[in-house]
Ligand binder design. Structure first.
Ligand code: NAD
Ligand code: DAU
Length: 332
């Protein structure tokens, strides 16, 4: 199996490339990544160079993606602009990469008749009330809130249209919030850990009651592998690990694990349009594909993640000042 992983120098894509090379000793992985501010080639350090190649290119580049897709058996499409806050100040890269880029991937996959797995997010379903007993299922109507989530929803709809109209061999997964090593410091958990490591207080948007459904990145990667190998063509699978926590609880736990007072955080301005709650019903992937999360102890997973950021300061230091100056500009 020769597998093309778009966006494979980012947080989840690089974890997936590592997991695939570990789990499938006869597979070859080609990472295809534009190396935007969010991509980092060192995330792929140590991968077996006999079974791994890197192509620096943009998914919007028609001829480059066409050539890369032609050379493989299957494509897993992670490449995206992924941060909600950025989409609120600069939506264009989101429209370009997430919609046009996915269109280019679909055209190439259709032309060369290759298997595609498209990576998406639970945010396409909008948000839930805090006391709603329901969770997102594959039947939940799309109702995205932000430029980020609406461009991801658009990309899912393109994939569905290419499956139905052109018969491409594709699957889609919509996953909840990932955490773990190599996540960019703009995101919630790494931002709070690195704020504390730099001697500042964690920052909670609004009242901190918004709920996210946390899953360890390795569990997400194993779910993707299960769908790629055993998923039914044309289907959508939701991936989640029953990890609902509100943001205040997460910040208090990070502070406790880092030896600080749990109340030692500050409230900052809320994110406009801030989704209240996400929650995934993962019954379909559990029952059809037998996938189950391994990292069920969130406190332990968070402790390990804090350890990784403590030990890999050189990895995040260079992103940190730029990221915080962007946050300062928008008052968060
Ligand atoms: P990330 O921002 O860490 O990585 C994105 C990667 O894509 C980077 O390496 C970047 O260089 C690359 N990229 C961006 N634009 C590109 C382009 N035009 N051409 C080629 N490469 C490009 O993102 P992530 O958190 O790893 O998310 C990966 C995927 O998973 C995204 O599709 C995202 O929507 C989805 N997702 C993320 C989460 C989460 O919690 N982070 C949850 C569910 C789904
Ligand atoms: O649900 C899946 C999605 O999860 C993915 O599709 C996105 O790519 C990923 O970025 C993530 O989106 P969120 O907007 O939920 O993640 P973020 O890390 O930006 O924020 C998580 C929560 O924490 C959210 O309620 C906003 C809040 N927050 C965030 C930051 C950066 C804070 O309270 N303080 C902060 O400093």
């Amino acid at each position: 199996m020769r597998l093309l992983v778009t966006g494979g120098a980012g947080f989840i894509g690089s974890n997936f490339a590592r997991v695939v090379l570990e789990q499938r000793p006869d597979w070859h992985v080609i990472v295809y990544d534009a190396l935007t501010y969010a991509g980092n080639k060192t995330n792929l350090d140590g991968l077996d160079s006999n079974r791994f190649n890197f192509i620096q290119a943009n998914v919007c580049d028609e001829s480059a993606i066409n050539e890369a897709v032609a050379s493989v058996d299957a494509v897993v499409h992670f490449a995206a602009e992924s941060h909600n806050d950025n989409s609120l100040t600069s939506p264009w890269p989101f429209v370009n990469t997430n919609i046009i880029g996915t269109y280019r991937v679909l055209e190439a996959v259709q032309k060369h008749q290759k298997r595609l797995h498209h990576i998406s997010t639970d945010e396409v379903y909008g948000d839930l009330e805090l006391d709603d007993p329901a969770k997102f299922t594959p039947q939940t109507p799309y109702n995205p809130s932000s430029p980020y989530s609406s461009t991801k929803a658009s990309s899912d709809l393109l994939v569905r249209a290419w499956i139905r109209s052109f018969g491409i061999q594709a699957t889609i997964s919509n996953c909840s919030n990932n955490y773990g090593p190599y996540q960019h410091v703009e995101k919630f958990i790494p931002r709070q850990i690195t704020e504390i490591l730099e001697g500042r207080k964690p920052k909670l948007y609004g009242n901190g009651q918004n709920v996210r459904d946390w899953i360890h990145v390795e569990d997400h990667s194993m779910g993707i592998l299960a769908i790629l190998e055993r998923g039914k063509i044309g289907e959508t699978y939701l991936i989640g690990a029953n990890g609902e926590k509100n943001n205040q609880e997460v910040v208090e736990l990070i502070l406790e694990l880092m030896g600080k007072e749990p109340s030692d955080y500050e409230h900052v301005n809320d994110r406009p349009g801030h989704d209240l709650r996400y929650a995934i019903d993962a019954t379909k992937i559990n029952e059809e594909l037998g996938w189950r999360p391994k990292y069920t102890d969130f406190k332990q997973g968070l402790k390990d993640t804090i350890g990784w950021y403590k030990n890999n300061e050189e990895w995040w230091k260079s992103q940190k000042a730029k990221t915080e100056s962007r946050y300062k500009e928008i008052g968060r």
